[in-house]
Design a protein around this ligand. Sequence first.
Ligand code: GLA
Length: 703
Amino acid sequence: MPEQDFHHLRQDGVSLLLDLSGQTVQLMHYGKALGQIESIKDWQLSQQEPVAHGELDEPIWPGLYRENSRGNIGRPALLGHRSGLDWSPKFLLINVDKAETFLTAVSQDAQAGLEITSKFEFVGAGVLEISQTLKNIGAADYSLDDLSVILPLPDQVSESMDFAGRWVKERQPQRRQIQPGMQVREVREGRSSHDYTIIQMAMTKGANYQQGEIWSLGLMFSGNSRHFIERQQSGRSFIAAGELLLPGEVILKPGESYAAPSVAASYSANGFDELTNRHYDWLRSRPNHPKRARPLTLNVWEAVYFDHNLEKLSELADVAKEIGVERFVLDDGWFGSRRNDTLGLGDWVVSSEVWPNGLGPLIEKVKSCGMEFGLWFEGEMVNPDSDVYRAHPDWILKIGDRVPPLGRLQHVLDITNPDAYQHVLNQTDAVLKQYEISYIKWDHNKFLIEPGHQGKAAVRNQTLAIYRLFDELKARHPGLEIESCSSGGGRVDLGMVGHADRFWTSDCNDALERQYIQRYTQFAIPPELLGSHIGPTHSHTTGRIHDLSFRAITALFGHAGLEWDLTETTAEELKVLKTWASYYKANRELLHTGKMVRVDQQDDAVFVHGVVSKDKTRAIFAWVTLSGQAGSRPNAIRFEGLENDKNYRLKAVYPAGEPRWQQRAAPSWLLGVTLSGAALSGTGVRAPIVYPEQALLIEIEAI
Ligand code: GLA
């Protein structure tokens, strides 16, 4: 077998080995760097399989597309048909274009009239982006049901992890044994969803933050999705992701193509931290990643809700200025008849009822306080009680005359309809233009039910339309930043990162819940893209009461902000907020460019996480008590991600006040101690005793 028929793509300690010597593309290995392969022939011999009883007479190498015609009895990568025919293709590789970091393979089944192009590209930090396009080269329409990326996993994978959730409780991890069958995470909401996993992972047994091999796949899309991990009866395991297409959603006419959303694959030989940091390095290297320091933000939603009043909002602006806030975001309620959430959605015209002199006076006030101004929109939605719906009841996604059930008293506007799209674009554009607004928070509060356009399923086109709309607004308003919100974290995904600059991570501002939501959303998305606000003392979504220091330290590890009626703060709280705001500004560069570190704990009552500068000379860690600790003598706080043989000065800092101590005597290292990186990771420092739901910030500096 000629050696040139193998291609070994490599980047940053990750290998993808493809065999192109046969009729189809064979993914031979994805994961651990294989180094220089001296003899492909020997390597291939080492992979030769025995023939089992009860199986086909030749070992099955199902290939990238896993066609049934090649003996595969698992789910093929391509599903579809031409009026019942051409459902079982057999692709032949016809062309390969390759270089050091990419390979593009074109395969055809001339008889079935189908051509697939698959591109594998290492896009930075060892992250592999896989893009596939299907072209109908036949003479009749082809109905596409599914085109997924399915990667083989090595035999040592044993467990899986993905994230599930709901409103105000997004991204809860679920870890399972990989068993024969499929572990499928499907989303049919027409948005990525609160329940969206963002990435699905397969791991070696017992993998943790620092150890174990991990493979992940994440669909780069905000519509319907399917991720799965499969173990076949042969024992082979696979990981897969693809767009979930509704029946008839994609019917390709002769000559037409379907470009599937790309999939991002990542691999770590050293636990979750390495996987996460590969994601961060990759996302941070994209040209559209926000470059400006992430401004400290005040969102007024939990401060005033729909009660818009220039005087009150001006007072808020004054307090925000005093604290050092840099961006002031006016939320829902400024437009049309929107005095509560039952009406007005869809009419993006400043309400003369609440804003008789327009938004100008508030914007001037905000700007005079040295802050940027941001505004809330929810362009894909309408209330039935709105001018736009009264004038165009047919502009919503629906099937025939059937009106879908309401959610938060709203319907989803069909922005695949060019007139509806133009309406949203023009009204939004006009407001941005009139007031020179450079920041918008864009919401999406209802999932899609019967999302039909002229009767046909339209999730894909609706998703592409919102991407187009965001891109168009950005083209018209250079420098415009968009925050993607969907009742909190309902549209946080690797597709939206290409079009938005911030995610509203969750409507839950309860710091305890946020510890979990942020930690797990940050598996795939870096903190600078994730809004994290200090909410009111008494959480509006859980009723819990938390100390300001806990809320503030929790909010520090993200794109920080406030969402609280600041006019009610005490002088003491204001003082704390000011110090915290300066601390955020002084340290955001580190927090938003450094490596994420989470330290494994024996006691589930504790989280330790931190950010270490790339050169490993500085770090900020948080030690968090989620509940009462197990032992009367708390476990040591250990640190990872540092240089073993460097000496570091470490001390506790209190930019948001001290946690509530529960000890008769404090460990004296809190005031400062010098230890090597090896000691900090090996023995660490003895934790103090504090109440549950407290956090301690620890600074580390190389000396
Ligand atoms: C959603 C968002 C909130 C807020 C409200 C406004 O719930 O997630 O942050 O903007 O809508 O109605």
